[in-house]
Design a protein around this ligand. Structure first.
Ligand SMILES: [Zn+2]
Length: 270
């Protein structure tokens, strides 16, 4: 599933080809995403110049002169640039053709993604309840400490809650808790301020490193498969249940927390 670093990598990959370009037409082959693609998307977007491509949490905001296309990659979506008119394969649901001769193509085999239109995206119901961006000063360990007081839920689903901070998906929550030495099963309220400060620093470090690595695959956004190379990142805990800890050699354990697989080292994480 594309997580925040992959979405940010996508934004950086597509933005230079979209910004300042005028849309010539929009071809929708299948509207049935998580919510239906608006029937009038072509009428609304065609003829408009794309002003800027922004990101909020895992939503890409493709802002035109009037109105914004809000896109989410869901479980399996990707956006890449192709030559306009390139025949579409199965699952290639949308082309946004540009006057440059390129087209932004949306592919999504599982169709859990979204493509919505809004005149006021930051007040769209999907975006208003989101917590701060993890790589900004609005997010820090003090916020985690204050929001966690009185909360007996496990710390891992707590940091994955979009109202607390956006963009900390399962991979990054698992890795940040390992790096901070915090047992993912611990009650959120039982963790000290000093440990939350360490955890917030690790969340920022790991997300920033993943975005940095994604940047090396930007060439793939034209003609390639649009898939950032995030799986190349070195993982210490995620997906390593029953394997030896890379730090101490103890067998890693896997538990379910908030319906998600959670791997931790019983020796390194307390
Ligand atoms: Zn260990």
């Amino acid at each position: 599933m594309p997580e925040l670093p992959e979405v940010e990598t996508t934004r950086r990959g597509i933005a230079p080809h979209l910004e300042g370009q005028r849309v010539s037409r929009v071809i929708v082959r299948d509207r049935r995403l998580r919510w239906p693609i608006p029937e009038d998307l072509d009428i609304r977007l065609s003829g408009q110049k794309i002003v800027v491509v922004e990101r909020r949490a895992k939503y890409l905001l493709i802002q035109a002169e009037v109105g914004t296309l809000i896109s989410h990659l869901g479980m399996s979506g990707n956006l890449r640039l192709v030559q306009a008119g390139l025949p579409a394969l199965k699952h290639e649901h949308v082309d946004i053709e540009l006057e440059s001769g390129l087209a932004l193509r949306y592919t999504d085999p599982r169709r859990f993604g979204a493509m919505l239109w809004s005149l006021d995206p930051h007040n769209h119901e999907l975006l208003t309840r989101l917590g701060p961006e993890p790589l900004t000063d609005l997010f820090d360990g003090l916020r985690l400490y204050e929001l966690s007081r009185g909360r007996s839920m496990a710390v891992k689903p707590f940091i994955m809650d979009n109202a607390v901070v956006v963009g900390v998906g399962n991979i990054y929550a698992t890795e940040a808790l390992f790096a901070a030495g915090i047992d993912p099963r611990r009650e959120a309220k039982s963790i000290s301020k000093a440990r939350y400060i360490k955890l917030a620093i690790e969340i920022k470090r790991i997300l920033a490193a993943a975005i940095e690595r994604g940047g090396t695959t930007l060439r793939d956004f034209i003609g390639g498969d649009g898939q950032p190379g995030y799986f190349q990142q070195e993982l210490f805990a995620y997906g390593r249940g029953e394997k030896p800890c890379k730090v101490c050699g103890t067998n890693m354990r896997e538990v379910k927390l908030g319906q998600r697989a959670s791997v931790y080292c019983p020796k390194c994480q307390k």
